[in-house]
Each structure stands twice: as structure tokens, then as C-alpha cells.
Design a protein around this ligand. Structure first.
Ligand SMILES: *[C@@H]1O[C@H](CO)[C@@H](O)[C@H](O)[C@H]1NC(C)=O
Ligand SMILES: *[C@@H]1O[C@H](CO)[C@@H](O)[C@H](O)[C@H]1NC(C)=O
Length: 328
């Protein structure tokens, strides 16, 4: 009977592998904007921004589906601003997630422009109680991406928990320590930020794994996107090292009910406060707000262009996979 047991177990393993990740939500072009709320409140990060509602975004062409069925999310780049901030869009998904694999194929993003602070990120209710994962974020003329977690007290990451391409720069994820620095991993490749658009971007894959207690972020340049991702059958075992491996923290306790957010704010707590220390930007204007208010054409390229966004979940086969023993 021993051989029968092995055959059954390996047959189940084959099923589990083939069906490991199933699409839970496809944020496809035809329903993309219906799957998000347009947040139009004040910017919690005090930016020089005016987040508009969906009707305004539509009529002023801040959001569009392109003829190639790409999703465009831009900012006002024609007006000089005398009021509270430059019109922009902040989207938060109506669905929320406590686990899974989020795969974004992004062709263009609003980064690398003085005054901008774009982010593709996830966060849960009662911040920082349910956690925050910053997948793609930066300010001004920054050259490479920074991936960061922010949590309630008690989440520390270890720089040696798992292999990663990026460099850990801080390990305490607690939002109320060190001025909300969070636990951060710096990428060292400019293709993740300042060189992103010239390469036509690439794919970010973010895995939230409360079983193995890790959060991992991969990035693939446009020319190196794994075939399994392009085919919609992600098999992360073959992807090699992630850019960021956040391990050592109890992910199940600190991360839950995370919504997906795209936003692009201007100045504020990070881009504004670091304006004078960014030599490229500081030479353009005395203050970040001045620059953003008076140079509309500088923001023509401050847009997201999304090819696809899909959230995958493990199949029941994979989740329940256990060595199955037949009785002898
Ligand atoms: C998402 O945006 C809507 C619209 O502004 C807002 O009511 C809601 O509180 C937001 N949710 C989150 C999690 O930010
Ligand atoms: C903008 O509104 C028009 C008219 O309702 C609609 O056909 C179009 O799909 C909208 N565009 C977006 C991107 O929501």
C-alpha cells in the first residue's frame, strides 16, 4: 500500500501546484473605476493636492480608459493653482484583503518629478492597527523605490529572515516610532523609480502570507516578466529573489482587511518636507508648493498607466493540501 499512498499524494501535489493561485478579483479596464472609491477628502499627509470625485475626474479627463484599454490616472497639468492644491486622484479599492497575491502590470507612473509623491499601496482600517504596505512609493527626484511597512506596536522585521535583492534600512514597523519611518527596504535599481517610465515599467507582485508570516514584493522589468505571470498562472517558486522580504513579524496579527490604493499627492509631509534636501528640486523653486502651483506643464507626465491589476488567492486544493494516507 505504500506505493499507492505515494501516488495519491503526488497526484494531489500536482493539482495543488497547477491550481495554486486563482484570480479572486480582476480589476479589468471595463470595470476598473467601479471597483474603487474616489477618495475626495483632505489629504491625510497634508499635501498640496485637491483630490477630486469620480464625476470631476471623468469630465476633466483625469481618469480615462485609453484606446488600448489601459487605465490612465492623471493630474491637472494645465492650470496654475491659487487654491488649496493641484487636482489629482486617490483611489481606494472597495474590496479588502488579508492574504493573497497582488499583481500589477504598470507601464507608467507619476514618479521622478519634482513635487510629486506617488504611491501604490495597501492599508487597513483604524490605521495603523491593520497595517500598511507601501509597494511603490517615493518623492521628488528620488532614483529608486522604497518598500515600507507601517504597523501597530510589536512588528519588527529581520534583515536575515529571507533572501532579498533590496537593502533593509530600518527594522521597526511601528508607526509611532521614529516619526513613522516604518520598516523599510530600499531597492538599488533605478528601473524601479527614476528609470521606470523609460523602460515602460514592469510588474510588481506582492504576496501577503499570514500562514508563513511573510510579506514579499517582487519587481520585474518589462523585458523580464515571467511567462507564468503573463499567462495569468503565477508560480512564484520560479521567480527568484524578491526585492523585499519582510519576515520576522506576525503578519496575521498586524495585517488584515487591506484596501488597494493608488494616489499621487504633491509636497506635504514627505515631498514637501524633503524639498530643500533634494538638490535637483530645490534649485527650481523656493518651496515645493510654489513649484507645484506655478508649473502645470511639469505634471503632464505625472500619470499612472495600468495594463492590468489582478488579485490572486490560493485555491482550496493548495490551502488544504496535506499528505493524504489511505488506510492499509
Ligand atoms: C475610500 O474612499 C471613500 C470615498 O472618499 C471613503 O468614504 C472611504 O472611507 C475610503 N476608505 C478608505 C479605507 O480609505
Ligand atoms: C466617463 O463618463 C462617460 C459618460 O458617462 C463614460 O462613458 C465613460 O466610460 C467614463 N469614463 C471613465 C473612465 O469612467
Amino acid at each position: 500500500m505504500h506505493s499507492t499512498t505515494l501516488i495519491v499524494a503526488s497526484a494531489l501535489a500536482a493539482v495543488a501546484k497547477a491550481g495554486s493561485w486563482l484570480v479572486q478579483h480582476d480589476y479589468a479596464h471595463h470595470n476598473f473605476f467601479d471597483m474603487f472609491d474616489f477618495y475626495d477628502g483632505a489629504d491625510p499627509t497634508n499635501g498640496f493636492v485637491d483630490y477630486v470625485d469620480s464625476a470631476t475626474a471623468n469630465t476633466s479627463a483625469l481618469t480615462e480608459i485609453t484606446p488600448q484599454n489601459q487605465i490612465y490616472i492623471g493630474v491637472d497639468h494645465t492650470s496654475t493653482i491659487t487654491s488649496t492644491g493641484r487636482p489629482s486622484v486617490r483611489l481606494n479599492s472597495t474590496a479588502s484583503y488579508s492574504s493573497g497575491l497582488v499583481i500589477l502590470d504598470l507601464e507608467h507612473f507619476p514618479g521622478g518629478i519634482c513635487g510629486t509623491w506617488p504611491a501604490f499601496w495597501m492599508f487597513g482600517p483604524e490605521w495603523p492597527q491593520h497595517g500598511e504596505i507601501d509597494i511603490l512609493e517615493g518623492v521628488n527626484a528620488q532614483s529608486a523605490n522604497q518598500m515600507t511597512l507601517h504597523t501597530a506596536n510589536g512588528c519588527q522585521i529581520s534583515s536575515t529572515h529571507g533572501a532579498m535583492a533590496g537593502t533593509v534600512s530600518s527594522t521597526d514597523c511601528y508607526a509611532y516610532a521614529d516619526g513613522n519611518t516604518g520598516c523599510a527596504v530600499h531597492d538599488d535599481s533605478t528601473s524601479t523609480y527614476s528609470g521606470f517610465n523609460a523602460n515602460k515599467g514592469g510588474v510588481f507582485a506582492t504576496q501577503i502570507d499570514p500562514v508563513n508570516q511573510v510579506i514579499q514584493i517582487w519587481f520585474f522589468d518589462r523585458s523580464n516578466i515571467p511567462a507564468d505571470i503573463a499567462a495569468g498562472t503565477p508560480t512564484m517558486e520560479s521567480w527568484g529573489m524578491p526585492r523585499a522580504h519582510f519576515g520576522g513579524c506576525d503578519v496575521e496579527t498586524h495585517f488584515s482587511d487591506l484596501t488597494i490604493v493608488f494616489d499621487n499627492t504633491f509636497c506635504g509631509d514627505w515631498a514637501g518636507n524633503s524639498w530643500s534636501s533634494d538638490s535637483t528640486c530645490a534649485s527650481k523653486a523656493d518651496s515645493c508648493d510654489d513649484y507645484v502651483a506655478n508649473n502645470p506643464s511639469a505634471f503632464k507626465d505625472a500619470y499612472w498607466l495600468i495594463n492590468s491589476l489582478k488579485v490572486y488567492h490560493t485555491s482550496p486544493y493548495a490551502r488544504n493540501a496535506r499528505p493524504v494516507r489511505l488506510s492499509a
